[in-house]
Design a protein around this ligand. Structure first.
Ligand code: COA
Length: 319
């Protein structure tokens, strides 16, 4: 059924119809005219997984349906649908505790971009996240949007990926004590991750841990560094990676790299230069792209920033 003209009017064939949350009445929040399309907002859970997959493929993202389903299990969010039910946009948020969330999966179908859809969906997300400290990883295309929503740049994240090259067998330096992680190591992994990430995300780490092979560096009984590796996108992703030094970070990712020889591997890292970056490029993981990590403080609070010991992200959306 057509909504009354007063609910969402077409201003110009390529101009969006945007209103601030405060000025909009509730009905207007649920429909948006984009070009000749009328968009309706719905929860991300209600979206058909294959349609969601098609949407992410349409913007060139390599995520598998399984990756999208995993994101849905970890977060909340919205999709935009046109009058005949096609998915035209998405935006998600991933809560950790009551005060913090990351934002991701912000996508608008290419044929409808630059008409206000992402801003409209982000307004829904930001309303849900009111008062929370927020972080996200912005692609080039999305920076202007996030700037205008008061997100501030923090640092560059390097998306390193490629087919893993055979290891250099001439490495003779003594290797730190690394072993495969077991279920009983999860608590220590979540604690180390919280220190590096800036806030506890134990539930998410538990879910990632269950899908991953992990290696940890122990000194005495203490876990000092770890790296998880799970199926993702075109192959596997290594992350999160937490370590106090380049040497420790290399020590915990080395077994993953060795296990994935001649296979596709990805690692998203804030580290641009030095031994760790060199190890990645020598292993075949070249910088493929960059994103800009951005943050927005919650009400009356300072930004929650990640520490220098966060060597690898869980993913762009999850931080
Ligand atoms: C980024 C993206 C979600 C923006 O969606 P959209 O629906 O086109 O965005 P909107 O129309 O709501 O525009 C929001 C702002 O961004 C600007 N913008 C939109 N596309 C842009 C582009 N390609 N380059 C520069 N600015 C752009 C708009 O002009 C608008 O700014 P304004 O309000 O100051 O005029 C969309 O381009 C996309 O899906 N890109 C591929 C996936 C991606 O990179 N997602 C971001 C993940 S962090």
């Amino acid at each position: 059924m057509d909504a009354p003209a007063s609910e969402s009017k077409l201003i110009d064939s390529f101009k969006m119809h945007v209103a601030t949350i405060e000025s909009a009445d509730l009905e207007q929040l649920h429909a948006l005219s984009v070009d000749s399309f009328k968009m309706h907002v719905a929860t991300i859970e209600s979206a058909d997984l294959e349609q969601l997959h098609a949407l992410s493929v349409s913007v060139g993202w390599p995520l598998r349906s399984e990756d999208l389903q995993f994101l849905r299990e970890c977060g909340r969010g919205y999709v935009a649908r046109d009058d005949i039910g096609r998915l035209t946009g998405s935006a998600m948020w991933f809560p950790h505790g009551d005060d913090f969330a990351t934002i991701g999966m912000v996508i608008t179908s290419p044929r409808l971009q630059s008409n206000g859809t992402a801003r409209w969906l982000m307004e829904h997300v930001l309303r849900d996240c009111l008062g929370r400290n927020l972080r996200l990883n912005a692609t080039r295309a999305s920076r202007r949007l996030y700037h205008s929503l008061d997100f501030k740049p923090m640092r560059t994240i390097y998306q390193c990926q490629g087919i893993v090259r055979p290891a250099d067998s001439t490495t003779t330096t003594e290797q730190p004590p690394v072993r495969r992680l077991e279920g009983e190591d999860l608590v220590a992994v979540a604690e180390l991750d919280a220190g590096a990430f800036g806030v506890s995300r134990a539930a998410l780490i538990g879910k990632i841990f269950a899908q991953s092979v992990g290696y940890g560096l122990f000194r005495g009984d203490r876990l000092q560094a770890f790296a998880l590796c799970r199926p993702f996108g075109r192959g596997h992703v290594v992350g999160p990676v937490v370590a106090d030094s380049n040497a420790d970070a290399i020590a915990v990712i080395r077994p993953h790299v060795a296990a994935k020889e001649n296979q596709f591997l990805r690692l998203d890292t804030p580290i641009e230069t030095g031994l760790f970056a060199t190890f990645l490029s020598q292993s075949g993981l070249a910088v493929f792209d960059t994103v800009l990590a951005m943050s927005r403080p919650g009400k009356g609070r300072a930004d929650v920033v990640p520490g220098p010991n966060l060597y690898g992200l869980a993913s762009h959306a999850l931080g």
